[in-house]
Design a protein around this ligand. Structure first.
Ligand SMILES: Cc1ncc(COP(=O)(O)O)c(C=O)c1O
Length: 393
């Protein structure tokens, strides 16, 4: 019997080492990782520049606590703020959920009223971040959660507008491109309504960029695709180069929301994670982001070619792509596994692709080839079963 809480269902693999898009097992097998540690490894497994910066920092110290300022904290924060082209300050934490917790605390401090979140948006699993996560099945066992949170449907601008006009809304959390929720993005109409209502009612707009930020969607921040102007941005996943690091970015009027001792963390920001973040931030420059957009289009188009009725939709932005399949998704995952391809499923029947941002075109071809072979095998198996049923009947 395992001594671990049974909250995860890991692949039945013993990983020995990992490099780029590949995981190597202790028994000598090689697998293609299509989701980069759930979007954490923007430069794949074992990026040498990140590794070197981390090792150099680690040789000097691994932890110094918030009683000392690590040299990379200020520069990473400055680079994040620069990307917003506004004034701001950063609070560092250790995860996406913690980044959203800091946003929630800030909102609680300065605004009274309802927090609006959207169904299917995912913000984390700590009590605060779970309170605003739009999956009732995840929330229900833990009710009651934070009061004054209202969930509205994803992409229903009329409903949103009428709610904001009739209630005192303190803040709105939005995930512009749903990760866990199935890779659907907000509509342009929804984005316009959000900004128009923000103008009229002055609520705090929080963009959760934990998964979609840092170049993943072919823009530095995903909200840039939709013309939003958030007051708070949360990022995490790829930021620490593989080590835990989250950041809550407070902008313009609310940049000074936290005063001395109003928030904090023993561990964050970990200096070794910051060394990784420093490299990550340098590597994600404009030309690199443009390449992410191009590679994303290429991968999307290659996946669309497979079609054959086996795929319902290919969607997403940049290298954050969802393939809604018309075959049994669990069987697809099993067959892909047999073929050496590790798939991540969200929303039951959506395969989520989050490959490294520096993936090569050749590696994209490898993923598409294995995916096509796997989905066709599932179809073949299904047809064979149906035929044998029909012949028996
Ligand atoms: C959009 C989004 N927000 C928040 C989180 C929570 O991040 P973490 O698991 O690091 O707490 C996630 C995690 O998947 C996420 O995708």
């Amino acid at each position: 019997m395992s001594h671990l809480c049974t909250v995860y269902k890991p692949f039945d693999l013993q990983i020995d080492h990992a490099e780029g898009i590949y995981l190597y097992t202790k028994d000598g097998r090689k697998f293609v990782d299509t989701f980069s540690g759930i979007g954490v490894l923007a430069f794949g497994h074992g990026d040498k520049d990140i590794e070197e910066a981390m090792i150099n920092k680690m040789r000097r110290y691994t932890h110094i606590s918030n009683f000392f300022l690590d040299e990379d904290a200020e520069s990473v924060a400055a680079k994040l703020i620069q990307r917003t082209r506004r004034q701001g300050r950063v609070f560092f934490s250790n995860s996406g959920a913690e980044a959203n917790e800091a946003a929630l605390k800030a909102i609680k401090k300065i605004r009274k009223g309802i927090i609006v979140a959207f169904e299917q948006d995912f913000h984390g699993r700590t009590l605060g971040s779970l309170s605003i996560t739009g999956f009732s099945n995840l929330r229900e066992p833990f009710n009651p959660l934070l009061p004054n949170v209202v969930f509205l449907p994803h992409n229903d601008p009329e409903r949103f507008a009428s709610f904001v006009r009739q209630n005192q809304v303190a803040a709105v959390f939005v995930e512009c491109l749903l990760g866990t929720g199935g890779l659907r993005s907000i509509s342009n109409n929804m984005a316009r309504t959000l900004m128009q209502l923000k103008e009229e009612h002055d609520f705090i707009l929080v963009a959760d960029e934990v998964q979609s930020g840092l170049g993943r969607t072919g823009r530095f921040f995903c909200y840039e695709h939709f013309g939003l102007k958030p007051d708070i941005i949360t990022v995490a996943k790829a930021l620490g180069g593989g080590l835990p690091l989250g950041a809550t970015i407070f902008l313009d009027q609310i940049m000074d929301v936290f005063q001395y001792s109003e928030h904090g963390s023993t561990f964050a920001p970990n200096p070794v994670a910051l060394a990784g973040a420093s490299v990550v931030m340098n590597k994600i420059n404009d030309s690199f982001i443009a390449e992410v957009a191009q590679k994303g289009e290429y991968l999307k188009n290659e996946l669309k070619f497979i079609n054959n009725g086996l795929i319902k939709e290919v969607r997403g932005l940049g290298l954050m792509i969802g393939v809604e399949v018309n075959v049994d998704p669990e069987r697809l995952k099993q067959i892909a596994f047999k073929n050496g391809l590790l798939l991540n499923l969200v929303s039951r029947n959506v395969v989520r692709f989050l490959p490294p941002l520096n993936i090569t075109y050749q590696e994209i071809d490898t993923i598409v080839e294995l995916f096509e072979r796997s989905i066709k095998e599932v179809d073949f198996e299904r047809n064979r079963t149906e035929t044998s049923f029909a012949s028996k009947a």
